[in-house]
Write a protein that binds this ligand. Structure first.
Ligand code: FAD
Length: 402
């Protein structure tokens, strides 16, 4: 165990957990504080597209038995997005652009996988039972002469040398560390659901199930997005094979479906049942050939929920303190590129490396954090801008403020 002090991470999303795994691997004392009462309290979404960043971050921070579990439950895909007509036939397959700087020079550099978000989160949480504390909502923090103290809504506190805000788009840490950094409404609502793979298979071209994602849209820029999750090995079996003792909730193969567009096409999505939302999603594409609505109606009724999209407004971080940020807490973006989780995991791997150099006595904390924050904000906000531009073209997302 190193003599470096304790790191407090606020938020147990994909970024916070990746950092916790990295620090644990380096022997650095770490504690994670999550506002939810349990990992299952809220629906967190379904399929995620992982690229070189997230896949290499997982390979860098996880112990070998969890890497094996991660690979056994990831559907490695062809590097294309399929463009569909509104009758769900293929127009073309667009190659996916890769940008990973020099983060992974020694690793594979063009990787794509579709994974189940809950499965990935369970893998990232494995072995951290003594580290992750649920029911701990951060209210605020205070810099002290010997570090930083976090104050939680249940009246408890925690003290550490460094505090990391990995607390998502409405970050309480960002509100204090960088109150000038804001988020804006992207103007887009989406209804998010899923259907069993065997219900989708006869209704969509095979590319839809093998590529990263497939998308059809109309003149209103209303879109239907589809992406499959086909586990090479079912999660519970994969855990038994690769990491006995790791508890995994089982899942069947499925296809995620997202119907979205400007808010005006979805005037009422709050406080509705999944079945009502599925019905709205199908009615939104009622002018299309029947295939799209028919596909949506195959969805699991209880699985549909609404998402209102927001984006960070790019900016800068002030000089480093012993409080820093990662992932959506600093550079949230609309999901047009499928890169938010990838960048959160890239940030976590880089921040883990930076803190390791401090723990080893090879760098001072302020210098290590200033390099991390310079790089993270440069690539993070560049992808926020790119996601907004593509979002404007494809789904009429609001333009970011200049
Ligand atoms: C519909 C949709 C589809 C997407 N698809 C993709 C995709 O395919 N690929 C991709 O890379 N990205 C995708 N994203 C983006 C991705 O989900 C996010 O970028 C990613 O989850 C960010 O991870 P994070 O760890 O920074 O934050 P989060 O995952 O948001 O985690 C933040 C955590 O902090 C906790 N928290 C919040 N406030 C507090 C507090 N005050 N105290 C304590 N805990 C707190 C939260 O409960 C949560 O657990 C998608 C997003 C959406 C909405």
């Amino acid at each position: 165990m190193s003599t470096f002090g304790r790191v407090l991470i606020i938020g147990s999303g994909l970024g916070g957990l990746t950092l916790a795994q990295s620090l644990r691997r380096s022997g650095i004392d770490v504690a994670v504080f999550e506002r939810d009462a349990s990992p299952w309290e809220r629906p967190q979404g379904y399929r995620l597209h992982l690229d070189t960043d997230a896949i290499n971050a997982a390979r860098e921070v996880l112990p070998s038995h969890l890497i094996a579990l991660f690979e056994a439950t990831s559907q490695f895909t062809e590097p294309f997005t399929t463009i569909l007509t509104t009758d769900l036939s293929v127009v073309k397959r667009l190659p996916t652009h890769d940008e990973h700087g020099n983060v992974w020079p020694d690793r594979e550099n063009s990787l794509h996988a579709n994974v189940d978000r809950a499965t990935l989160r369970q893998i990232l949480m494995s072995g951290l039972d003594d580290v992750v504390h649920f029911g701990k909502k951060l209210e605020h923090y205070e810099d002290t002469s010997d570090g930083v103290t976090a104050y939680f809504s249940d009246g408890t506190t925690a003290h550490g040398d460094v505090l990391v805000g990995a607390d998502g788009i409405r970050s309480a840490v960002r509100a204090q560390r960088a109150p000038h950094l804001t988020t804006v409404d992207a103007g887009i609502t989406a209804i998010y659901g899923r259907l069993p793979l065997n219900a989708a298979q006869p209704r969509v071209p095979s590319e839809t199930l093998n590529d990263i994602f497939a998308i059809a849209s109309d003149d209103r820029k209303v879109f239907l997005g589809l992406g499959s999750v086909q586990f090479p090995t079912a999660p519970a079996q994969a855990a038994a094979d690769c990491s006995p003792g790791t508890a995994m909730r089982d899942q069947d193969d499925y296809v995620v479906c997202i119907v979205g567009g400007r808010h005006q096409f979805f005037p009422n999505t709050d406080n509705l049942s999944g079945e009502q939302l599925r019905d709205i999603a199908a009615r939104t594409v009622a002018d299309w050939p029947d295939q799209a609505a028919d596909l949506i109606r195959q969805g699991d009724a209880e699985a549909f929920f609404p998402v209102h999209m927001y984006s960070s407004v790019p900016g800068t971080l002030d000089a480093p303190t012993n409080v820093t940020l990662l992932g959506d807490a600093v550079h949230a973006m609309t999901p047009t590129l499928g890169r938010g989780a990838n960048l959160a995991m890239r940030d976590a791997a880089l921040l883990g490396r930076a803190l390791r150099t401090v723990a080893a006595g090879n760098s001072k904390l302020d210098i290590a954090l200033s390099h991390y924050e310079r790089d993270m904000t440069a690539y993070g906000f560049s992808v926020v801008r790119e996601a907004a531009q593509i979002g404007e073209q494809r789904m009429a997302q609001n333009r970011l403020p200049a």
